[in-house]
Design a protein around this ligand. Sequence first.
Ligand code: ASP
Length: 322
Amino acid sequence: MTRSPILLVHGGAWDIPADQLEAHEQGVFDALQTGWSVLERGGSALDAIEAAVTAMEDDPAFDAGRGSFLTRDGRVQLDALIMDGATLRAGGVACVERIRNPIQAARLVLDKSHHVYFVAQGAEQFAASHGLPLVDNSELVLDRERERLAEAQRRERTGVPDPTFSGSPSQESSETQSHDTVGAIALDSQGRVAAATSTGGTLNKAPGRVGDSSLIGCGCYADNASAAVSLTGWGEPIMKLVLGKWATDRVLAGGSPEQVAPDAISYLHRRLGGHGGIILLAPDGRFGLAHNTPRMAWGVHTVDGPRVGTNLRERDADDPLP
Ligand code: ASP
């Protein structure tokens, strides 16, 4: 049976400042266009989400690829996962410093390796051996991020709370601090779902720290028996709850993605005081989005066209997403 394709993307959940809203909306819109062009011509969900996430990694508005947050020692260190719901094949990379598009390295792991996950130099060597160019880490670092790191570390030294510092967040600050991770999930015309998440992690993170985004079942998961999901937010609580798998299991048990998405975010907050956002899509085309942060950059493309926004909580009750 031929399905109508659907693509959902997010560009992070936090208190996105007013002067950055346009860049975030434009970024998710561009990613939708890129991914949709794959689905529209009958391409796979896997190719569509890789293309959409690559577009957001290339966009310095987001904390993925070039322009990501910096580690405590001033380097970009990236994590990404891609998963094919039709086959359960998955590929992940973490702590890579020399790859411009870690989602493409993750895709190579999925396609070319019987392993599922590579880290650090091993991941870089694997990607390079399959043709991905390696770059100098300084090419991924923006002055904007050097300044942001210096400010976070100044506040850390002086004990002034910083709403954008996420090294060790309080429950309150996790709602507003910067989380610009990107993700995409899709359903293709052959009924296959897939999911991808890519991140630079949290600002001022310890070198070697890995968050939820690239861990299977935490910030990303896809299974045609249940659903595809991508999450963003304060990674440590999301990991502890294995929240992506929690959400897809509830869809498998009969929950609707529209309801399971807000339930997952409520569970994150109830159990661990966590904040974040989620996009969730079932193989029958039903989907849900939710966040408990003030804003989340999101986009949905169906056969009726693209829709983007930065605040689902303010949507009119009589204007639900389809
Ligand atoms: N979840 C990511 C992490 O903890 C951060 C984010 O969503 O922006 O690495």
